[in-house]
Design a protein around this ligand. Structure first.
Ligand code: HPA
Ligand code: ZN
Length: 325
């Protein structure tokens, strides 16, 4: 029987976690005080009372304003270190962490402040036995020019992150809007992934663009690919990873998209379980595994396959993967 202890202790790779989505109410209040930022909330209950959302847009409307408390390099360090301690408790052995520089540069925080704070935490995480890397995401509701400028600046810190991703509001913001930035990032040796959010109207076309034109190695969410058997076959053959997040899925779908995850598993697609924005959606990676396993009565073998998939879909070397598997 799969227990919460089993899912927590299983060695895992976390491939879909937004560092800004790990901002717990406690740290938010502490940083607001430290930086004298008036957030209009004074208690944990006040903060939690703002957590009302039932789709991507209503979530993002709560998510971005919370970031105002992040001002200094130390704040980004503290945010990431808090998360990495929770990751260690969940036996996350390897993590590829998303960050959204434009959510900070657009409010006057230097790129350097953001990446240096986060990166320093990833170095210190080695003491926790967590191998941590960073993935820089473009905000898809920002302009192409903003993405180009962000990548140009990021390339000055190329040794501090391993790939690029794409997140934020997908509506009317298809992946092809960022074709050139993905091509440039790839030419620079960076890995590629992108969100295809499951509640978005053109999502299947966006997945097609990602796989057939842009050439991403992973799709974040995207389990609705099951609608298109040819694309599923392509994904299986090319070992494309799908990073699904049951607890955030449950905000847009009553069954946390478990039927899609199981269908992909049965077709040998590299689907795996992650936590998205754990401070906002009710749990870290062990909780996500457990919620899914419990609702669908998964066997231990199925849960272990999901964890193996997480290492397979990660961007560590073959030798390192074989050590974990
Ligand atoms: N989708 C899009 N943007 C996001 C998400 C997500 O799941 N989490 C944080 N930003
Ligand atoms: Zn996400």
């Amino acid at each position: 029987e799969v227990t919460p202890e089993f899912t927590q202790n299983l060695p895992k790779a976390e491939l879909h976690v937004h560092i800004e989505g790990t901002l717990e109410p406690e740290l938010k209040l502490k940083l607001a005080k430290r930086n004298h930022v008036d957030i209009g909330q004074e208690s944990i209950e006040d903060v939690r009372a703002t957590y009302q959302y039932d789709d991507l847009a209503s979530f993002l409307a709560v998510y971005y304003p919370a970031m105002n408390v992040l001002q200094h390099e130390q704040d980004f360090y503290d945010l990431a270190m808090d998360y990495l301690q929770r990751a260690a408790k969940n036996n996350v052995r390897h993590v590829e962490i998303f960050f959204d520089p434009q959510a900070h540069t657009s409010r006057g925080i230097a790129f350097e402040t953001v990446i240096n704070g986060l990166y320093r935490a990833t170095v210190d995480a080695r003491a926790l036995n967590v191998d941590a890397q960073l993935i820089m995401c473009f905000l898809r509701d920002f302009s192409r020019d903003s993405a180009r400028e962000t990548l140009e600046e990021a390339l000055n810190y190329k040794d501090k992150f391993i790939g690029v991703g794409l997140d934020s509001d997908e509506h009317n913001n298809p992946p092809m809007k960022f074709f050139h930035q993905f091509a440039k990032a790839s030419a620079e040796g960076l890995h590629l992934t992108a969100h295809a959010d499951i509640d978005q109207k053109d999502s299947i076309e966006h997945i097609r663009e990602l796989l057939e034109v842009i050439g991403v190695e992973r799709v974040d969410h995207g389990t609705n690919i099951v609608e298109d058997p040819d694309l599923v076959e392509f994904a299986a053959k090319n070992k494309i990873g799908f990073t699904s997040c049951p607890l955030s899925n449950s905000f847009v779908s009553p069954f946390m998209k478990g039927d899609e995850i199981l269908e992909l598993l049965s077709k040998d697609v590299l689907v795996s379980i992650h936590s998205d924005d754990p401070a906002y959606f009710g749990g870290y990676i062990g909780d996500n595994y457990y919620a899914f396993a419990d609702k669908y009565n998964l066997t231990k073998e199925q849960v272990v396959t999901l964890a193996k998939n997480s290492f397979e879909a990660s961007w560590i070397s073959r030798e390192q993967k074989d050590l974990y598997l």
